[in-house]
Every structure is written in structure tokens, then in C-alpha cells.
Design a protein around this ligand. Structure first.
Ligand code: URA
Length: 180
């Protein structure tokens, strides 16, 4: 049953309350400062999902606020959207030490909450940023190259897979491919 738009902010807050001061996985004991729940419109038609918080996100408690976030913000603006109109979250809500890739048990422990967020927001389209997002949204581990360029699905949303903005910062030549 879709949650009425007027009740979505409260429904997201209830998920955040469930998470609480989470100690469900080892990232709770790996130096995280803030749990990064997600950000944006509770009725967004478009959602972006990244891997996990980095150093800036860990301090501010908001997703994609560091360098990669600035690129993502610029791309959202270039699409003609405001950041506040979309919804942004990650596979894991706590920063992995040294920004390592989340372990499978960390990702699957945490992604249950992301799936609940998706069920509340009910976006039409989810953009999976990078292979960690793609792996855990789609439940398959395949190369990014083989997942790009076609529609997938997750919780009733269409899913597009593309490069992570941190990768595009390292290899700006790939921006054209990301826009496709
Ligand atoms: N990279 C991510 O995957 N997520 C963030 O929130 C920031 C950087």
C-alpha cells in the first residue's frame, strides 16, 4: 500500500527512529560519528543511491556533501532539478573506515532500512551510483559495464546503473558516458 504523500516524512522519521543509535554491524564500532540516514523529498520521483558516507558525510550526517557530492549536486542542477526535489541515500549509513567498500554483512544488515525508505518514497526511478549500490539494490554482483545502459528494477522502481561521482572525479573523461 503506498503511503500518502502527507504521511511520508513521518514514515521516514519512524525508520530513522528504528535505526536509533545503531549497533547492528561492526561499522558502529569503526569510528563512525554520525549515522547518515538520507536527504531530500519524501515524495521524490528520482532517488540516488551511493555506497556509504565518507569523511564529510560522517561529520555532517548528510549524504553526498563532500567533493563527490558537489559533482552530484552539479549534475542534479544540470538536469534542471533542485537537490531538495530528489532523495539521496546510501547502501550503508555509517562510514566504513578509510572509505573501504562495505562488507557484505554490513551492506545487507543496513540495506533493509534503505529498502524501507524506498518503499516510503516510492520513486519512479532510482539511479545506482557505482557497483556497491548496484549490487545491493539489484541483488546481483555483475560488472558495472554489463549493468549500464539498460533498465533494472527494485521495489517497483526502475533502476539505472551508472558511475559513482567519485570515479568521475578521478576520470572526468567518463562524464559523457555517465550522462548517457
Ligand atoms: N560517496 C558515497 O557513496 N556516498 C556519500 O554519501 C558520499 C560519498
Amino acid at each position: 500500500e503506498p503511503i500518502p504523500a502527507a504521511e511520508r516524512a513521518a514514515a521516514l522519521q519512524a525508520i530513522s527512529d528504528d535505526i536509533g543509535d545503531c549497533t547492528r554491524c561492526s561499522l558502529a564500532y569503526a569510528g563512525r560519528r554520525k549515522i547518515v540516514f538520507g536527504d531530500g523529498s519524501p515524495s521524490a520521483r528520482l532517488m540516488f543511491v551511493g555506497e556509504g558516507p565518507g569523511a564529510d558525510e560522517d561529520v555532517q550526517g548528510l549524504p553526498f556533501v563532500g567533493k563527490a557530492g558537489q559533482l552530484l549536486n552539479n549534475m542534479i542542477a544540470a538536469m534542471g532539478l533542485a537537490r531538495a526535489e530528489v532523495y539521496i541515500a546510501n547502501i550503508v549509513k555509517c562510514r566504513p573506515p578509510n572509505n573501504r567498500v562495505p562488507e557484505p554483512v554490513e551492506a545487507t544488515t543496513c540495506s533493509q532500512f534503505l529498502l524501507r525508505q524506498i518503499d516510503v518514497v516510492q520513486p519512479e526511478v532510482i539511479v545506482a551510483l557505482g557497483s556497491t549500490a548496484a549490487t545491493y539494490l539489484l541483488g546481483v554482483k555483475r560488472s558495472l559495464g554489463s549493468l549500464r545502459g539498460q533498465w533494472h528494477s527494485c521495489r517497483g522502481a526502475k533502476v539505472a546503473v551508472t558511475y559513482h561521482p567519485a570515479f568521475l572525479l578521478r576520470d572526468p573523461n567518463m562524464k559523457g558516458e555517465a550522462w548517457k
